[in-house]
Design a binder for this molecule. Structure first.
Ligand code: PXL
Length: 277
């Protein structure tokens, strides 16, 4: 039996249910051995907490890569999320090249923006580097804001299918991989995800829950990657991840004051069931 493992590169936000503290349990629940490379360690995520600490781990990356190369460690898949610096992106590219097992694939979530703006601390120099990392993607998972920053396109709150198709075309000039564009909503009570593969546009629409939650992008990308590694197609993985995120948001609504993340843990069994179907 083939011994498969994934490497995921993103931050540790000690509190906040995002990045590695979401990716690791979700990928493990999907039955995938998961190695991690923390891009930075923060006391909390940057989306609403004040005065968080930030330990940049950029300079550890080439040392870690060097050790892994000496040990002959390779990975069957790579999944990158929130990265700690523009400089780090070159190291991430190098690790993806030097640690690739035969037939490996790369999922890139260009986690850097939402609701029309970049996350705290990111700038155009970071966007430029992220754009270059996207070339490595076999699967690219931006939300609409990230897609706009990557393509230099105008961000719109409401849009037509034509606008989304033009964004996808621009994204396909940046990355030749399959594009999974999240948060595509044509009706006030519906949202969904577009899978753009080999020039073909497929839309999976589902209910929209008015009160969104922080960290859903990380839950989505982790579940998507876990489903792919279970042999599901890109479209089925996109659908399963979307249904799981809906389950997570609905579960979070049971809590009065849970503003900083998604209560994904209690519904992990739902994801496991979807993978079996
Ligand atoms: O969920 C994306 C994310 C990841 N990591 C950190 C963040 C954010 C979004 O704000 O601040 C540190």
């Amino acid at each position: 039996m083939e011994d498969k493992k994934i490497l995921t590169i993103q931050d540790i936000s000690c509190v906040g249910q995002c990045s590695l503290t979401v990716a690791l349990p979700i990928l493990s629940a999907c039955g995938i051995e998961t190695a991690i490379l923390p891009s930075a360690v923060l006391s909390t995520h940057t989306g609403g907490f004040k005065g968080f600490t930030f330990r940049d781990l950029t300079e550890d990356m080439p040392l870690i890569e060097n050790h892994w190369n000496k040990e002959g460690l390779t990975f069957n898949a790579f999944y990158t999320g929130y990265l700690g610096s523009a400089k780090q992106i070159d190291y991430v590219k190098s690790i993806i090249s030097s640690c690739a097992a035969a037939g490996s694939f790369t999922v890139i979530d260009p986690a850097m923006a939402d609701n029309g703006t970049l996350y705290y601390g990111f700038d155009e120099a970071f966007v430029k580097e992220m754009r270059s990392l996207c070339k490595k993607a076999d699967y690219l998972l931006p939300n609409i804001t990230e897609a706009c920053f990557l393509c230099g396109a105008e961000y719109r709150e409401t849009y037509s299918e034509e606008y989304i198709r033009s964004l996808l075309k621009k994204l396909s000039e940046i990355s030749s991989g399959t594009i999974i564009l999240t948060g595509v909503s044509y009706k006030s009570d519906r949202t969904g995800v577009v899978v753009y593969e080999n020039g073909e546009y497929k839309y999976y629409e589902h209910k929209k829950i008015a009160k969104g939650c922080h960290g859903t992008g990380d839950v989505y990308a982790s579940a998507f990657t876990g489903a792919l590694l279970n042999g599901k197609s890109a479209f089925d993985s996109a659908r399963i991840a979307a249904d799981y995120v809906v389950l997570c948001i609905e579960n979070t609504q049971k809590y009065d004051n849970h503003w900083y993340g998604v209560k994904f843990e209690e519904v992990l069994y739902g994801l496991i069931e979807m993978l079996k179907a």
